[in-house]
Design a protein around this ligand. Structure first.
Ligand SMILES: Cc1cc2nc3c(=O)[nH]c(=O)nc-3n(C[C@H](O)[C@H](O)[C@H](O)COP(=O)(O)OP(=O)(O)OC[C@H]3O[C@@H](n4cnc5c(N)ncnc54)[C@H](O)[C@@H]3O)c2cc1C
Length: 298
């Protein structure tokens, strides 16, 4: 049995940031991480992360690795490479789960488990995820050199991309049978300069070439999709944390201090918001770490 004051489940940007606050308060903190960062596809493509102050243009894995190295210098930090499973309330208000073949008991939990993306079923899209297919224009729009940008609709949520992306290039919205804009939305797209293509997509080839079912091919510098998001881990549900439904999927409900609906369980990062990025995950992780520490005293 491993006993700890605090356990952080998920050791990427949000979890590392939460654990750092606790380590610096000289508290015993265990971090458990399954090593499946949401943006790992960018590393696999040899790409870079953008928009996080002082780390703009660095490999996402390198940012996380440096943060982990700095955290592990603190003597009260323990780390398990593995998946936290079977989370439950234990005796005396503590929490129990299994990780790395061990039983863990913790006084307070921070869930930083992130989300998993489910892309629309367009042949060729998944292989290009993080390479030339993205979801966040702030993260990857600038690098498309103000060129041709395709938006692959997977529902009405595509109207956001279709309205925003002209700030990053010449945008074409591919409805792909998934979304029928209203007259008002079409007027907005026209005002913004977004072309609308109704012909369904057969497949994606090359860097970001959209092959339509009528045989035409439209070459793009990059593509944007709106993946369905799923909580990457069932631990929040196992603990009875309330969830909130967002435009792309459910996330863990938290208050301004990152407290979930279950006392002494905090959540941060992509798992606890409708849309996130590295900077926001780090900020919310810091808040969760501070809040969990304060909850142990007040
Ligand atoms: C293709 C792509 C490109 C992106 N580019 C950018 C960018 O350029 N700039 C930017 O700011 N943001 C970018 N993002 C968004 C960014 O990846 C996320 O906002 C960020 O990773 C969220 O951090 P997080 O710590 O909340 O979750 P994650 O980074 O997803 O980490 C969650 C961690 O928890 C672990 N975990 C899950 N369940 C368990 C469990 N039960 N036990 C143990 N560990 C568990 C996972 O394995 C993972 O390591 C991109 C996302 C994608 C998909």
């Amino acid at each position: 049995m491993l006993e700890t004051d605090f356990a952080v489940i998920g050791g990427s940007y949000a979890g590392l940031s939460a654990a750092l606050q606790l380590a610096r308060a000289r508290r015993k903190v265990l971090v458990v991480d399954a090593g499946q960062r949401r943006n790992r596809f960018v590393d696999e493509a040899g790409g870079t992360s953008h928009g996080f102050l002082s780390r703009d243009g660095q490999a996402p894995g390198a940012i996380a690795a440096e943060a982990r190295q700095q955290l592990l210098r603190y003597p009260t930090v323990q780390w398990i490479d593995g998946t936290a499973e079977d989370a439950a309330l234990a005796e005396a208000g503590r929490f129990a789960f299994r990780a790395g073949g061990r039983s863990v008991h913790a006084g307070r939990l921070i869930l930083a488990t992130g989300v998993r993306d489910e892309l629309p079923a367009v042949p060729g899209l998944q292989e290009r995820w993080g390479r030339s297919v993205f979801h966040c224009p702030y993260c990857h729009g600038y690098e498309l050199d103000a060129g041709a940008i395709g938006i692959i609709a997977s529902g009405a949520v595509a109207q956001h991309h279709a309205t925003m992306l002209p700030d990053w290039g010449q945008a074409t919205l591919f409805l792909n049978g998934a979304y029928q804009p209203t007259e008002e939305e079409l007027a907005t797209f026209a005002r913004r300069g977004t072309r609308v293509e109704a012909m369904p997509i057969a497949r994606i080839t090359g860097v970001a070439e959209v092959v339509l079912t009528d045989g035409r091919t439209l070459a793009m510098n990059g593509l944007f999709a709106q993946p369905r998001t799923h909580l990457a881990s069932p631990v929040a549900e196992q603990l009875g944390c309330a969830l909130t439904q967002g435009p792309t999927g459910a996330f863990i409900q938290v208050d301004a201090m990152q407290q979930t609906s279950v006392p002494n369980v905090f959540a941060c990062g992509d798992a606890a918001r409708a849309a996130g990025n590295v900077a926001i995950a780090v900020a919310e992780g810091a808040m969760a770490g501070v809040a969990a520490h304060r909850a142990s005293m007040f």
